[in-house]
Design a protein around this ligand. Sequence first.
Ligand code: HEC
Length: 151
Amino acid sequence: MKRALLGLFVLLIVIQFVPVDRANPDSDPALALRADGPVRDIFQRSCFDCHSNKSSWPWYSYVAPVSWLVADHVHEGRKELNFSVWNTYSPKRQSKKLKEIVEELEEGEMPLPPYLITHPDAAMSESDIQLIRMWAAQTDTMYVETEKTKE
Ligand code: HEC
């Protein structure tokens, strides 16, 4: 029993040396999503930690194995949707992402549930979702029109 505990303790120490990428890449502010006040506030509050280059890295993101989980969510999240480089997406991709955002929110999939344990303020209220839904619909029409004018 003593040996097992000691082994576990040593393992916990050793895994702290596995490198974890907690970089917040630089990106041109001109490439970021431009949304107005309340919409921006909601994204910033509830989504930016995993879907932008401005993630905050709390103390537990420095403690393995939790750090691996946090970093994984950020890297996966940025790959799917990164508000910091929104303007590099084609109009078609932006339109698709807008639909996905609304879908994820309606299904209660985002923010990821484990995130809400440490960030209860990030939970989306019905009125938050309603606001994002309206904003997304409006923004999406704009993209559709841009696409059409191009043809
Ligand atoms: C704790 C990190 C985290 C937070 C916070 C978070 N997400 Fe995500 N998000 C992820 C990860 C990881 C994925 C990719 C895996 C998946 O789809 O579950 C993802 C995927 C997505 C996708 C793509 C889904 C698809 O259909 O492929 C959308 C859209 C999305 N998130 C929107 C949001 C929005 C909007 C918010 C804020 C309300 C948010 N997320 C908050 C981690 C997060």
